[in-house]
Design a protein around this ligand. Structure first.
Ligand code: ADP
Ligand code: MG
Length: 248
């Protein structure tokens, strides 16, 4: 069975979308058939790959996902775009009311063709995030290397625990990745140490450096791996991808 990585952190701006996009691109380049699902109404993963949001979200509308998939770059990465349409946002926010089984069934029908599915979640612990978690095999949490990095994580972890308890055995804590690390700053070392001391082995060895190329890439509709393949951020995401593959 394929692996489904759910990129979560209820804080905005910590590098979820950048990580979801670049990890998906790296996995696809490495030969894995990969599906990136954008469930954030901000649709940053969608526009960051040069695509437009879809008008009516198939997950909300309850229609087949297959026709909505967009092929990105080569042929191993496909994107299920996000949607900004108000009714979609509403419907997705009330996804609790949609039988979870329907959502899973919709996903399962397309996931069969992929080695990896990557969810880019909104910055919240709302029902959208919970539903994505419940449909995933691994929690993948980016933590921004800054002073309040761990603040608010308790609530997120509580939600993850709830989902794990409601469907035992399905969801695991896949890993934590430190993002926007700046080793010129003493603070970055301190935060990294704090996160590693607290979470231990589940923190990936690879850290993602702060790199302007990562911030520029989305405005060119590309992953940083395609936009600036020699950049530090691109290399870090490729290395992270290797670690993700190793942890199978
Ligand atoms: P989230 O999805 O958690 O809100 P994003 O991935 O959108 O976070 O990142 C927030 C901002 O930081 C974006 O403008 C993004 O381009 C920028 N960013 C992300 N990762 C890096 C990095 N490694 N170096 C520099 N800027 C980054
Ligand atoms: Mg985002």
């Amino acid at each position: 069975m394929g692996r489904t990585l759910c990129v979560v952190n209820q804080k905005g701006g910590v590098g979820k979308t950048t990580t979801a996009v670049n990890l998906a691109v790296a996995l696809a380049k490495g030969g894995s058939r990969t599906l990136l699902i954008d469930i954030d109404p901000q649709c940053n993963a969608t526009t960051g790959l040069g695509e437009g949001p879809c008008q009516s979200h198939p997950l909300a509308a309850g229609i087949p996902l297959q026709p909505a998939l967009r092929r990105i770059g080569g042929n191993r990465l496909e994107l299920l775009p996000g949607s900004r349409a108000f009714h979609d946002v509403e419907a997705l926010a009330r996804i609790d009311e949609i039988p979870a089984s329907r959502f899973r069934h919709q996903l399962a029908s397309v996931q069969a063709g992929f080695d990896f599915t990557v969810f880019d979640c909104p910055p919240s612990v709302g029902s959208l995030t919970k539903t994505a978690l419940a449909s995933s095999t691994e929690v993948f949490m980016p933590i921004q290397c800054e002073y309040f990095a761990m603040e608010g994580l308790a609530q997120m972890i509580e939600v993850i625990r709830e989902v794990m308890e409601s469907s035992p055995g399905q969801l695991q804590f896949g890993g934590i990745v430190l993002t926007m690390v700046d080793h010129y700053l003493e603070l970055s070392w301190e935060v990294e140490k704090e996160v590693r001391d607290f979470f231990g082995e589940i923190v990936y060895r690879t850290v993602i450096p702060r790199d302007v190329a990562a911030a520029e890439a989305p405005s060119h509709g590309k992953s940083v791996i395609d936009y600036a393949p020699r950049s530090r951020a691109a290399r870090a995401y490729l290395e992270l991808c290797m670690e993700v593959l190793e942890r199978d």
